[in-house]
Ligand binder design. Structure first.
Ligand code: ADP
Ligand code: MG
Length: 318
């Protein structure tokens, strides 16, 4: 399902200035333009509505956004591969591990193990394919300054890998704010191709969005940006057959009278864009429980695991 590559520069009648403007507001991906409305695009790019309509129509014509037959989709899915989480119980729950061509989101309270799973995956992805890895490298976008190379070394040693080599295969960027985070993903294709990246981590997806858009009136703008950011992540997953793992903070929903009041941040948009949605929480005696909340092809259920010195492990393992 090779998508036809269309760049903004290919659109007749669109000047350099408009292109610059579109790029600066994150509309560098023609697909984003193809799915906008003329009014929306006109407002955002500060161009006339007829021009906006012309741009959108041209992009739509150039892009393949029609139907494909199911056999083509199946063909594409035959290259889907998985990364082991280090816990057999968790792998079984996930149908083998976390998947390429998909976004896997883990949300949960502080300390529930979201970042620990990220570290584990950053090492596991480097394993050969017959050992549950993808023989690839990792891109790690750290927004909370919680990336710990020492922890990577511990996990790598436990897996009998050369820790130096493992560290050199993890490309870490500290994102300072929302714009920076978005830019890091936009610029990712270059390094993905060059370094054989098979896992992109954003830990966490939402912390900057939360603090950069505090006011009530900013919610719509925040969601629009978040949506675009997630689309770009999913596009990377698709285009390069890689895994995207994102973590998400939670908030308490005071309107919930019964049940668990923990809600992931980001509302419907994050839920809608995540292919697999996992809820992590603390269980008894320091264990962790992972619950599948939303998934297209695996059963909803739970698995328990532990976080150990050596990384993620099954309950009975020491
Ligand atoms: P969050 O969901 O906030 O990202 P983390 O993934 O950082 O949470 O999980 C932190 C927890 O992981 C700690 O509270 C601790 O229980 C566990 N942990 C971290 N490092 C180790 C280690 N070396 N050995 C055992 N447990 C660890
Ligand atoms: Mg964390």
């Amino acid at each position: 399902m090779a998508k036809k590559e269309v760049s903004l520069e290919d659109i007749p009648g669109v000047g350099e200035k408009t292109i610059e403007k579109l790029k600066s507001i994150g509309y560098s991906d023609p697909m984003v333009i193809a799915v906008s409305s003329p009014t929306e695009l006109a407002n955002i790019a500060e161009i006339g509505e007829p021009t906006a309509a012309k741009i959108i129509n041209t992009v739509r014509e150039k892009l393949d956004i029609g139907y494909v037959t199911a056999d083509k989709i199946l063909e594409r899915r035959t290259v889907v591969a998985k990364i082991t989480t280090g816990s057999k119980a968790l792998d079984t729950l996930l149908g083998g591990g976390i998947e390429t061509q998909a976004i896997t989101e883990a949300y949960g309270q502080y300390g529930s193990g979201k970042s620990q799973l990220a570290f584990q995956l950053a090492v596991s992805v480097q394993l050969p394919k017959d050992k549950g890895g993808l023989d690839g490298a990792c891109l790690f976008i750290d927004t909370e300054n919680t990336f710990r190379p020492e922890r990577i070394v511990q996990i790598a040693k436990a897996m009998k890998l050369d820790p130096e080599k493992v560290l050199r295969n993890i490309y870490v960027a500290r994102a300072f704010n929302t714009e920076h985070q978005i830019l890091l993903v936009e610029k990712a294709p270059e390094i993905i191709e060059e370094k054989k990246i098979k896992l992109v981590i954003v830990d966490s997806l939402t912390s900057h969005f939360r603090s950069d858009f505090m006011g009530r009136g900013e919610l719509a703008g925040r969601q629009q940006k978040l949506n675009r950011h997630l689309h770009q992540l999913l596009r990377l997953a698709d285009a390069y057959n890689l895994c995207v793992y994102i973590t998400n903070q939670v908030m308490s929903d005071p309107a919930m009278l019964f049940g668990d009041p923990t809600r992931p941040v980001g509302g419907n948009i994050v839920g809608h864009m995540s292919t697999y949605r996992l809820y992590l929480r603390r269980g008894r005696e320091g264990t962790r429980i992972c619950k599948v909340i939303d998934a297209p092809n695996i059963q909803e259920g739970e698995a328990a695991f532990r976080i150990t010195e050596n990384g993620l492990a099954d309950i009975q393992e020491k």
